[in-house]
Write a protein of this length. Sequence first.
Length: 331
Amino acid sequence: STQSTWETRKELGLALRTRLQLSMALITKQPADVSFMGLSSPHILNNLGHFDCYQPYAFVNQKLLFNMHPRNALVTFFQNKYFLLGSQRDLKDLSINRHIYLKVKPSPHRDIAVKVSLKEISVKNSRLKLDGFCPVELKRTGSLAKGKAYLLAEFNDKVWAFKNESNLLSFLQNPGALAKVTMHEKPPAKDVVIDIKRLAKTDCTAFLEHHLGNVLLKALTHLALNPVKYPTLSLKESALKFLAISMKANNPNRDQNYRNKYKDNLNKFQMHSSFVTEIEQEYTRRTNAKKEGKWNEWEEENFLKITEAFDSFIANLKGEDKKKYFNQFVH
């Protein structure tokens, strides 16, 4: 049809224009938008410039650290590396002031707050400050407002959650003052010296709580913030298996080699659990991009590879004895 022919010509035009811009960039050493070249996310992430996953414009002009991903960034080729920009405005500023960008290298330190994702703090087993209440709301109004799980920032190795985007931005701009906000004062707890051996003999429950309470709490916090659903398992079965592996991976009474073995198993279990979500996100992105005429053959090929790999994984999983298969994670 006439419309499909027009869309094909438009897509080819974008691809050709992108390649022309890239050729010019290699000659003139100017940054070039390569978002429409169909480059895979792993390739881009493995060849990032000195800003890594952070948005250059936000850091240079606002001293803010925003994590970006190739899927939602304007991917730019510059100095034989890729940079993840937020918009054409960012690209224009990089082109004009490239000497400034080349001198600056962001590195999260104790004076800068960083916007982080739920997955990042789950991997670090970080606990939310203020029990997850928004520090900006507490500072401004004195009221307790629960922060959103997708609005998080890290500062001085601690993580805060925020009620809305505006509050998150306020914290990123002035973390030093807002990080000092505290809940209502509580009487200080008295220092207690615990005799572990005696406790084990007299109260087994207290002994387990003292030794494994933190390990279990971290695992349960992860599940609350980021529920795990392993393919072919129910949420309950997935959660129980996740807890079992986590207890082994973080057991303080075993040596480091033992813990490392089960940490690898835990990472593998989590990676498998994220397969379905990743494919759903990629399918949604594919559907929306096709409607806008921005989906190209390279992305389609990459999408088909992902789905084929998932189908192969599910086939292998269903072909194994269920008990024997999951024993690999805990034995």
